[in-house]
Structure formats: C-alpha cells, structure tokens
Design a protein around this ligand. Structure first.
Ligand code: GLA
Length: 408
C-alpha cells in the first residue's frame, strides 16, 4: 500500500516557479481533491451529495506581472503556456492549461451568467467583478491528486487557481460563487458537463468532516465524520481504468435523467421520491426507469447517511455505501468489472462498506475499514486484481482535509 505524500513544500514550489518565471513570488495557494462518500450523479439532478476534501492537494505558486498576460507552467509538462486577459476564449483552451485559463475566463463571464441556476443559488453580487484592469499572473502548478483516478484532480487545480485569482484581483466572492465559477469553467473551457459537487467539496471541505450539499439551493452543512474516534479509515482503490466525463457514458446518463424528469413532469429528478417510483415504472422505458430509480434512491441514501453519522456514528453507514454501489452497478450502470472486484473483495475482507466513487466508468472505489483491517483489505484487493489479470491497483488511505486556502 502506498502512503500519503507530504503536502508539496514551499521551498520546492519556489524552486519550480523560479526555474521558469522571473517575476517575484507573491503567494502560494492550494486546493484539495475529493472523495465522494455518497451521492453519485445526484448533483446535476439538483439533489444531495456528501463528499469530503482529501489530504492530496494541487498547489499554485503565483507572481503578479506588470502586463495583461496569464502565463502557466507546471511539473506535468515542460514549457510555458500563455494567454492575454484581453483575449480569453474557452474554444482556444486545451490541455491542462485550460484548468487555469478557464477560471479567468469564467470569472470574467460570470456577470453574464448571473441568472443560471448555480450562480443564482450561490447569490453574491457578480456585477462587482471587473477584470478589465487587473494585472497578469505567472502561475506555477503542481499536484498530488492523481489524474484520472476519479478524485477530482481537475477541481483541485481549478479551485487553487480560483482562490489565488480572487485574492490577487481583490474580488469579493463567496465560496459558493467560486464553486459555480469552477463548474462554468469545467463545463465550457474543459468541456465536461459536470455538476457542482467537486468544486464545492474542494472549496468548502473541513478536516475530519464531509460537506453535505443541497445542489439546488447550494446550502451546505459540515458533517463530522468521526472516523478517527471510531478507529476507521477510508481506503481508496485506484483501478487505473481511465474515465473521461467530457464524452460517452457521463453525457448519456445526464441525458437519460433529463428525459426521465421531463416525462415525469418535474424540472429535475430531485422533485421525485420513492412514492413516485411506481408511476415512473409505468411511464418510462425500463432503462430510463432504472436511471431514475438510482437518483431517487441515492438522494435518500445521502439523507440517511447524514442522519446515521449524526445519531449513530460512522460504523452505521456501511450498508448505505454497499447499497449505493449496487444501485450504480445495476440501475445506473456506471461501474466496471475492476470497480466491482475492488468493492466485493474489500467487503469480503472485512470492510464495513464499499462503493465506487465519482463519475464512474473507471477511476476509484472506496472502502470504509477498521484501522486494524487496513493492510489485510488492501492486500486482498491487490491479490484479487493480480488473480483476475487486471492492472495492479494503487491502494492508499485518505483523510478528510481542509478546503482551498492560502499556504504562503
Ligand atoms: C463527476 C462530476 C460530478 C458528479 C460526479 C458523479 O465527478 O464532476 O459533478 O456528477 O461525477 O456524482
């Protein structure tokens, strides 16, 4: 099992920055990836989610320029990419720089989007955003969040850039608004039609806690996980099966949900509950019905998980995690054999509960385990993958961590 890396140190970041940029460093900001404990494919259905920010972060080291260029470099790739703040165009943004350039574009565009659901729910006065005279920036990016693992490496990068730009450009924006900015950037600059969960977790996370978010109102509550006190840990199994949310299954699932809501006469699936399912079964084709049933039951599982955490503590949530996985595997059909094997093996090896996490079609599974069982569960999963002839997974523990912040 691999161990959690140390948070990227300031000295290393400064050296990386200085190897490509001449402007003095103004500051360093970071934002975490996330694990979704429960509530999958509910965010874009205006439903409930319960993610937590993890102790793996993206860090940006930033210097203020005296012109209008936004320049980015990273540890991922050699070279410097640049764009003028006077010519921000999402259509021209590609590769990893889009995650930084897209945030500047989304900040600039936010006032025009004030009436879209995310910005309207976030509130705040978007008319105060004026980027017409702000200085350009040199941005050096590094990240400990594994890419393609379903742990929101993209949101970590977007949110670290968002908090840095907000501070350096003196923008008075709340964290909910920044989450909507991140989502807009992801949707239009990166091109993935995702919901608002990942950016919300990265911005609102707190140590040892999950973020219980109502994706319609954007009201959020911090929910104590209590894992430490109960001697529990969350194991992540990164299957290394790659997923992409800009294409394929994610887009299809979103479309099925929209069709289901329309046929049921509601603006989103959030407006349905278990009592509506018999009518949905009559009205909808089998596949759309199962998609709808996943969202409806998953919303209820989020509410039940929050209640269980508050009343009985974290040892009581295992069955809800297990049920969530079954629903994603059979009704929403977003699991893959590697994720199923990780989940089933972890359960058999003593996990209290396990499920795939994130958008699906690859990425990671999580297992809630007693600390004493951690190594045995990790070993069982690694052995099962070898026996099945699958690529060796990476298995590691994560802890719930603080959201985006200034580090130096
Ligand atoms: C991805 C998206 C999120 C959410 C999840 C599924 O992580 O970025 O917005 O839809 O999938 O719950």
């Amino acid at each position: 099992m691999t161990t959690t890396p140390d948070t990227a140190g300031g000295a290393a970041s400064a050296t990386g920055y200085a190897s490509v940029f001449d402007t003095p460093v103004t500051g360093r900001w970071s934002a975490p990836g996330r694990v979704n404990l429960i509530g999958e494919h509910t965010d874009y259905n205006d439903g409930f989610v319960l993610p937590f920010a993890i102790d793996r972060r993206a860090t940006v080291t930033v210097g203020v320029r005296d012109d209008r260029l936004l320049r980015v470099a990273s540890t991922f790739e050699e070279g410097v990419n640049e764009i003028s703040l006077d010519a921000l165009d999402p259509a021209s943004m590609t590769g990893w720089p889009a995650y930084v350039f897209g945030i500047a574009w989304a900040l600039q565009t936010a006032p025009e989007r004030a009436t879209t659901p995310s910005f309207a729910a976030a509130g705040g006065d978007l008319s105060t955003i004026d980027l017409s005279a702000v200085p350009g920036l040199d941005v050096f990016v590094e990240s400990e969040v594994p890419v393609g693992a379903g742990l929101s490496s993209s949101a970590a990068l977007e949110c670290s850039a968002a908090v840095a730009m907000t501070e350096l450009w003196s923008l008075d924006l709340g964290r909910e608004t920044l989450a909507a900015v991140g989502q807009l950037s992801e949707n239009e600059a990166v091109g993935a039609p995702t919901g608002i969960m990942d950016q919300s977790a990265s911005l609102l996370g707190r140590a040892d806690s999950a973020v219980f978010l109502d994706c319609r109102s954007l009201d959020s509550e911090v929910v104590d996980l209590g894992f430490g006190a109960s001697d529990l840990e969350v194991l992540v199994v990164d299957t290394h099966v790659e997923h992409a949310h800009a294409t394929g299954g994610y887009v299809d699932r979103r479309a099925s949900c929209e069709r289901g809501a329309e046929a049921m006469g509601v603006s989103s699936l959030r407006d349905l509950d278990a009592d509506d399912l018999p009518r949905a079964a009559e009205l909808l084709d089998d596949e759309t019905y199962r998609r709808v049933r996943h969202v409806v039951t998953e919303n209820q599982r989020v509410l039940d998980t929050v209640k269980a955490l508050r009343t009985e503590g974290p040892t009581a949530i295992g069955a809800l995690l297990d049920a969530s996985h079954v629903s994603m595997r059979d009704d929403f059909e977003i699991s893959v054999p590697e994720l199923d094997l990780a989940v089933e093996t972890a359960q058999r090896a003593g996990a209290l509960g396990a499920r795939m996490t994130g958008g699906g079609f690859g990425g990671s599974a999580i297992a809630l385990v007693r600390s004493a069982d951690r190594e045995a569960v990790a070993e069982a999963v690694t052995t099962a993958f070898a026996e099945a002839g699958y690529t060796a997974p990476t298995v590691f523990t994560v802890h719930a961590a603080e959201g985006a912040r200034r580090d130096g």
